[in-house]
Design a protein around this ligand. Sequence first.
Ligand code: FES
Length: 272
Amino acid sequence: MTVVAPAVAERFRPGQFVAVAVGGEHTSLLARRCLPVYEVKPDYGGTVEFVFSADDPGSRWLASRRSRDALDLIGPLGRPFPLPRDPAACLLIGGAHGSSGLFALADALRQRDCKVHFVLAAPHAHQVYGALSAQRIGDSSTVITRDGSLGTAGMLPDLLPGIIDRTEADVIYAAGPTGLLSAVSGIASALGIPCQVSLGELLGETGACGIGVCASCVLPVIGDDGHTRMVRACVEGPVLRGERIRWNDLGTIPLDALGGPRAPQTALEAAP
Ligand code: FES
């Protein structure tokens, strides 16, 4: 969907998102939809394009908007992708529709004389987003589907080490489902490659306000001091360092998180 939003287009940086109210004036749903931005353009004073799948009542309402309808939208929101200071070989990994958030990043990296290599992974061909654009923009582009219906058949974690080797990647950027981001972060960390992941998809599922006040998007992240803190994906993210996220503890508040519940230290303490 493309909307005219000059103020958003002017300030946008790759990796940021918009929060859209859905449901209309009288039937509005409480939760906004937090949607990664695909692209901004100077057309009509400044347009913003985002991609979403119409698979629930709110997004179906959004998909049914017509030309010239007004939308209640705020943005750009969140922490963008940090860009390398010097030209670098960058590997951009997108899972299913999550890859839509990587194309504006590719443009920004190009402007810094970086190499851009795309990997688009999905279970099936119809879930791959942006294969042609990736081919057009990237120095290389690899499509992986689990069932082999498009590109190479296989699983991303199995093929990724070879792709990293071939592209001589200095840095990895990834966006998509949390399972994919977790796997990519683990491999990047093992190989000592910096990895920035966008939790746009997680935010789309859990986020509600998009501005840091509802706490519905919190996740445990390890800080520079080694302590775990609960951070908000919409404000401290959606882009975070992959190896800092406690992937196995998503959806929980770990006992050792600062400010979180603590495990009893002794049997005595545990007694009523
Ligand atoms: S979506 Fe409300 S705090 Fe993040």
